[in-house]
Design a binder for this molecule. Structure first.
Ligand SMILES: *[C@@H]1O[C@H](CO)[C@@H](O)[C@H](O)[C@H]1NC(C)=O
Ligand SMILES: *[C@@H]1O[C@H](CO)[C@@H](O)[C@H](O)[C@H]1NC(C)=O
Ligand SMILES: *[C@@H]1O[C@H](CO)[C@@H](O)[C@H](O)[C@H]1NC(C)=O
Ligand SMILES: *[C@@H]1O[C@H](CO)[C@@H](O)[C@H](O)[C@H]1NC(C)=O
Ligand SMILES: *[C@@H]1O[C@H](CO)[C@@H](O)[C@H](O)[C@H]1NC(C)=O
Length: 364
């Protein structure tokens, strides 16, 4: 058995530890500042009642109103919406009005937001962290791209707004007309800001049948792992986003990896114009791209031999499939090809396909 003194000490230290944890938590996450009491409510100090989708929405309403000191959220029968009540008192100010109520939750201590805590501690506002979808001093500003209600213009736009949270799904509205769609953004490679416009990931050794999406909005189907858009769809997208770079990335487990971005000068621009159907002139290959770290392709080394004339694409072929058929190839040796069951990545018949092999195209 522990001696009494030691037991007391352990107990006291545990409490100090809890307090430290709480302060750290405050700085890391605004919402944790609220104390929560499930199946409780504060009666008779309601200044506003509204329906809300969730607790967070009620919290934001409370944070946006100086008179609000705490709030109750009530289940509303079978209704999906909940009832949000803003109070102008806390349970500490009115202990007599703090009552048990099944299906309700009380949230208190609104004044102790992360902003206040960090101001006390460092003498200035530090911001702290908010609910994942929100930012700002009071955590009231929705982050770009996290919801259909607040889409970014593009992946690059979301990255530049510092609202990116790594690779993944984001909402964008390229036309800016209130018609957003959920897309995939690569926020890391070569600085990030890349929008996925073609995505093929094999899940077996028998590659899928697929057709190119004729509208740029087909990029929302990235998750089906057999999504590619046509040249005219890419042209449509470029008219909204004015992207300036393309990135091509393919890899075979039993082969090599081809991974390049077009460069940001007139040589690279010619490639973008060719593949988005703005010009029909086959662009020079050498000097038009930059090699990414994991690239170990022969195509890159032999750029002067592409199609025997050192240029992207080849004469003839379907313009709409330009992005997928022999767009970078050294005849009979190395190629990038997806349709017709011939899945090449820096090879020409010789490297077999395996599950996990992929072909991806991005714009930025
Ligand atoms: C708080 O709200 C109640 C109504 O619920 C109102 O009667 C009271 O005056 C308010 N108190 C303050 C300080 O705003
Ligand atoms: C409650 O607040 C909402 C805004 O969140 C406002 O539109 C409404 O008029 C308020 N209701 C009352 C009774 O003050
Ligand atoms: C807070 O909400 C009350 C009730 O809806 C409203 O009368 C008051 O103007 C609001 N105050 C602020 C600062 O929004
Ligand atoms: C494999 O991918 C195809 C499309 O590419 C899809 O139809 C099929 O359901 C996938 N199978 C598995 C097991 O994921
Ligand atoms: C574009 O940049 C690449 C790589 O930096 C370079 O090799 C090429 O000559 C440049 N082209 C022009 C027209 O400046």
């Amino acid at each position: 058995m522990l001696p009494r003194k030691l037991k007391q000490l352990v107990f006291v230290s545990f409490h100090i530890f809890l307090v430290v944890l709480f302060v750290v938590a405050n700085n890391d996450f605004c919402a944790s500042v609220f104390e929560t009491h499930v199946d409780f409510t504060l009666l008779d100090h309601v200044i506003n009642k509204t329906d809300v989708a969730d607790e967070l929405e009620c919290q934001l309403k409370c944070m946006g109103n100086k008179s609000c000191k705490s709030f109750n959220v009530h289940r509303n029968g079978n209704n999906a919406k909940k009832l949000c009540e803003l109070n102008n008192k806390t349970r500490q100010m009115k202990p007599g009005d703090f009552k048990r109520k099944k299906g309700s939750t009380y949230y208190g201590s609104v004044q102790g937001t992360c902003v206040d805590v960090s101001r006390q501690r460092s003498g200035k506002t530090k911001g702290g962290q908010c609910h994942p979808n929100y930012k700002g001093k009071l955590c009231q500003t929705r982050k770009l791209g996290q919801s259909a209600a607040n889409p970014g213009k593009s992946c690059k736009h979301i990255l530049e707004s510092k609202d990116s949270e790594g690779d993944g799904e984001y909402w964008i509205d390229p036309e800016g007309k209130g018609n957003p769609l959920k897309v995939y953004c690569d926020m890391k490679t070569d600085g990030g800001g890349w929008l996925l416009v073609a995505n093929f990931v094999l899940n077996s050794t028998s590659p899928p049948d697929w057709t190119a999406e004729s509208s740029y909005r087909g990029i929302r189907n990235f998750a089906n792992n057999k999504m590619g858009i046509s040249v005219s769809a890419l042209k449509e997208l470029r008219s909204h986003l004015s992207f300036t770079q393309l990135r091509f990335h393919c890899s075979k487990k039993q082969g090599r990896t081809f991974h390049v971005t077009t460069v940001s000068n007139s040589t690279g621009e010619a490639v973008v114009e060719y593949f988005s159907g703005q010009k029909d002139v086959r662009p020079d290959s050498c000097g038009s791209f930059q090699r990414m770290e994991d690239d170990n392709s022969k195509l890159v080394i032999e750029c002067e031999s592409w199609s025997n004339d050192g240029k992207w694409g080849f004469n003839g072929g379907d313009v709409e499939r330009r992005l997928y058929t022999g767009f970078a190839r050294v005849p009979r040796n190395y190629n990038w090809n997806l349709p017709y069951g011939s899945w090449y990545c820096d090879d020409w018949y010789h490297d077999p396909v395996s599950p996990g092999d992929f072909w991806k195209i991005y714009v930025r």
